[in-house]
Write a protein that binds this ligand. Structure first.
Ligand SMILES: *[C@@H]1O[C@H](CO)[C@@H](O)[C@H](O)[C@H]1NC(C)=O
Ligand SMILES: *[C@@H]1O[C@H](CO)[C@@H](O)[C@H](O)[C@H]1NC(C)=O
Ligand SMILES: *[C@@H]1O[C@H](CO)[C@@H](O)[C@H](O)[C@H]1NC(C)=O
Ligand SMILES: *[C@@H]1O[C@H](CO)[C@@H](O)[C@H](O)[C@H]1NC(C)=O
Ligand SMILES: *[C@@H]1O[C@H](CO)[C@@H](O)[C@H](O)[C@H]1NC(C)=O
Ligand SMILES: *[C@@H]1O[C@H](CO)[C@@H](O)[C@H](O)[C@H]1NC(C)=O
Ligand SMILES: *[C@@H]1O[C@H](CO)[C@@H](O)[C@H](O)[C@H]1NC(C)=O
Ligand SMILES: *[C@@H]1O[C@H](CO)[C@@H](O)[C@H](O)[C@H]1NC(C)=O
Ligand SMILES: *[C@@H]1O[C@H](CO)[C@@H](O)[C@H](O)[C@H]1NC(C)=O
Ligand SMILES: *[C@@H]1O[C@H](CO)[C@@H](O)[C@H](O)[C@H]1NC(C)=O
Ligand SMILES: *[C@@H]1O[C@H](CO)[C@@H](O)[C@H](O)[C@H]1NC(C)=O
Ligand SMILES: [Zn+2]
Ligand SMILES: [Zn+2]
Length: 620
């Protein structure tokens, strides 16, 4: 008989900041590489502290997922950014204090991660030619005492990333980098190609308190992976002999990590396969991928948690008697990732909180930002531009800024077609993150607008026809989107499907808040997540009012030129939407059937350069 209580913690989101006094020009940037840099400024705005202490139990887990390179935290001043203003060094100090508390309470505390370590900020993605995305940021994650890590889809788009993860990160976990359904093909000593699990398929280990744990690391049914990596669907994985062998003995607890959403996905396949053999053994699941805070209980003796994005932590609490059939009481908490949260829960002051290892991590990340020239300044943004917190079109929308303001300016540079009237179209998924008032740097560009789309055009379209293309694209709606997803592997990487789930989450939150409640509480609360999930009790660690949310169309366009209906104009669009756009255009008119041979390159400037060029032209 053994009693078990578990608690996990949560929410973590980080952003690379321009350290204001270190903004420098391209000319001087490289000279700074080894210079000492002061710790980034702490948020200059007061943060709301958590409203109640964590519930400690016998078995506790801290979870991170979908950190995507945000290891310097969110350093912009507009809410909700300051809520997530801790950095990986702060998190490391927090973990150290929490481990000490666990020792004093004589309970278990584990640290786990569910994958997607890069593709998000310049720290991971601003690497120089010859390096690999996430290679340097992974070396900082390796300094934390993770008990389990697992592979995310972003580790699998490029073979080089997968191989780097396999060869460098995985060994640091000493058998605890789990890849139950992901293989990588490598050349063995004899030069033969062999397919091997990308990490360990399963692991059994014993905690400090003597609990026997059995763990797996499972990714969702991902199909966009690179050649020479293999993803097996979870429903097939559970039929494998190794799986049966791995789960045969009953542990005290199954601790499953995986890059798979806890709602509407395939965790139940894995869960059910275990339940067939072990009807009552506690099962704790830590998922990811859709970037939301979510929690499910597949039965009364299990809990599945998802900890948001950009390093949102999680907290679960479980109270179990192994040899009975009672439901287990779990608690979970989603922590805002900042020093106020960390100091509150570890009962440290600003002066006592930092550990040397934590400060070293912060310093190392700041040095990396300098080595990558991430503070390179394009211009100073006059205001915030939001992805979903402002209506489209509007002057506060980054979508409007990008396509109606910046693209027409940037694409006119060195362009012989510049004097010909045009309409420019892209997809709203082409922008990834808000753009904030103040310095707009290389890091901000990599964060907000990372995709490498080429601009194409069809010349001499009647304005009246060209002007119908954008609304027709948007009308094509959900069916079109689904078709597009099947047709374009790249679509997966852009995570438009993830964005749909994440946006739906924000939309619900916004609706629940309602304008009245928002006005009422505005005096005391700051903007942030207001989570309602499927587990008992309140999950959020800090109270907020919901972030405003506005739906945006799938496609966005520049302002139509003021010309007559039969004026020939250029229809400019990104290569990413070419197939769809041609289909729509051919549905709108029958004078000509347009094909790829009617499409010409419009500019050498790629979509990820647009905002920087615009900032250089207009924000200086
Ligand atoms: C993990 O996998 C490696 C490579 O297959 C193997 O050598 C190692 O023993 C495994 N570790 C554990 C703990 O199972
Ligand atoms: C993964 O690698 C193992 C070990 O080489 C092999 O037995 C298995 O068939 C591979 N699985 C897939 C799906 O390629
Ligand atoms: C996959 O690996 C094999 C063996 O190393 C190699 O010959 C092949 O070119 C690789 N395929 C791709 C698409 O990289
Ligand atoms: C135990 O949990 C299950 C699933 O969450 C629930 O349906 C059931 O009512 C619970 N039983 C008790 C006695 O609380
Ligand atoms: C917290 O401590 C740091 C140094 O560790 C200092 O730079 C900062 O100003 C302090 N912040 C507050 C709010 O006291
Ligand atoms: C921190 O960095 C310094 C200088 O690089 C090093 O001497 C020290 O051992 C590091 N301390 C920790 C705890 O990592
Ligand atoms: C948006 O900005 C333009 C140009 O600065 C201005 O003319 C227009 O009135 C603004 N629109 C709104 C709705 O504020
Ligand atoms: C435009 O052309 C000039 C002269 O060739 C060149 O220096 C500049 O880099 C070009 N600008 C862009 C954005 O390509
Ligand atoms: C803010 O909180 C105080 C204390 O709880 C309360 O008295 C006051 O009504 C609140 N103000 C608003 C605007 O909600
Ligand atoms: C559009 O052009 C016409 C003719 O040149 C002009 O009279 C009209 O004011 C313009 N409209 C706008 C909104 O600029
Ligand atoms: C463009 O407009 C002209 C004049 O109205 C018409 O003759 C021509 O067929 C149109 N072209 C297309 C491709 O619709
Ligand atoms: Zn992710
Ligand atoms: Zn993912």
């Amino acid at each position: 008989m053994f009693a078990l209580r578990a608690s996990v913690l949560a929410a973590f989101a980080l952003a690379a900041a321009a350290c204001e006094d270190h903004l420098h020009s391209r000319d001087t940037a490289h000279a700074h590489t080894h210079e000492h840099v002061h710790k980034r400024e702490y948020p200059q705005v007061p943060l709301t502290p958590p409203y109640r202490p964590l519930v400690w139990s016998d078995f506790n887990v801290i979870h991170t997922t979908d950190t995507h390179g945000w290891l310097l935290g969110h350093q912009k001043a507009s809410f909700p950014e300051p809520d997530y203003s801790g950095d990986l060094g702060d998190f490391a100090s927090f973990v150290t204090h929490m481990k000490q508390i666990a020792l004093e309470k004589d309970v278990d505390l584990l640290l786990v991660d569910s994958g997607d370590l890069h593709d998000g900020t310049g720290l991971s993605d601003g690497y120089p030619a010859g390096s690999v995305d996430g290679h340097e940021t992974n070396t900082f994650l390796e300094r934390l005492p993770y008990d389990l890590m697992t592979v995310g889809n972003h580790e699998l788009y490029e073979y080089a990333d997968a191989y780097d993860t396999y060869i460098n990160l995985a060994p640091h976990l000493n058998g605890r980098y789990l890849a139950s359904n992901v293989n990588i093909t490598i050349l063995n000593e004899d030069g033969e190609a062999v397919s091997l699990p990308m990490g360990n398929r399963s692991v059994k280990f014993t905690t400090r308190k003597g609990r026997n744990i059995m763990s797996l690391g499972v990714i969702y049914d991902f199909t966009g992976n690179s050649a020479n990596t293999t993803v097996q669907f979870a429903s097939d994985m559970v039929k494998e002999q190794w799986f049966a062998d791995a789960i045969a003995d009953e542990p005290d607890l199954f601790l499953l990590v995986g890059h798979m959403p806890v709602s509407y996905d395939h965790w139940p396949d894995v869960f059910d396969a275990i339940r067939v053999v072990h009807p009552l053994t506690p099962i704790l699941i830590f998922g990811g991928h859709t970037h939301i805070r979510d929690c499910r209980q597949y039965d009364g003796r299990s809990m599945a948690l998802e900890s948001g994005r950009y390093m949102e932590t999680i907290g679960a609490d479980l109270d179990a008697a192994k040899d009975n059939s009672d439901n287990i009481t779990f608690t979970r908490r989603y922590l805002d990732q900042n020093r106020v949260t960390y100091e509150y829960h570890t009962q440290q002051s600003n002066a006592t909180f930092d550990t040397e290892a934590g400060q070293n991590i912060t310093q190392g990340l700041l040095d990396l930002a300098i080595a990558y020239d991430l503070d390179y300044l394009y211009g100073t943004a006059p205001q915030d531009y939001s992805l979903s917190g402002a209506p489209y079109p509007s002057n506060d929308s980054i979508l409007t800024l990008f396509i109606a303001e910046a693209a027409p300016v940037a694409l006119a540079i060195n362009n012989s077609r510049a004097s010909i009237p045009n309409i420019m179209i892209t997809n709203s998924g082409s922008q990834r993150f808000d753009l904030f008032k103040g310095p707009f740097t290389k890091n901000d560009q990599l964060t907000s607008s990372p995709f490498l789309d080429q601009f194409l055009y069809i010349p001499n379209l009647n304005f009246s026809i060209a002007n119908q293309v954008l609304p027709a694209l948007n009308q094509a709606g959900a069916d079109e989107r689904r078709r597009k997803r099947d047709a374009f592997e790249r679509e997966m990487r852009r995570s438009d499907d993830i964005r749909a789930v994440y946006n739906e989450w924000l939309r619900e939150m916004n609706e629940r808040a309602g304008m009245e409640k928002r006005a009422e509480s505005a005096g005391n609360l700051t903007l942030g997540y207001v989570t309602q999930d499927y587990c008992p009790g309140a999950g959020d660690d800090t109270m907020h009012i919901a972030i405003p949310y506005y739906d945006t169309p799938d496609f966005i366009g520049s302002n139509a030129p003021n010309v007559s209906d039969d004026t020939p104009i250029d229809l400019v669009f990104v290569d990413f939407i070419e197939d769809q756009l041609l289909g729509i255009l051919n549905g709108l008119q029958s004078a000509q059937t347009y094909t790829e041979s009617d499409v010409l390159p419009y500019s050498d400037i790629l979509s990820n350069e647009i905002l920087g060029l615009y900032a250089q032209a207009e924000w200086n």
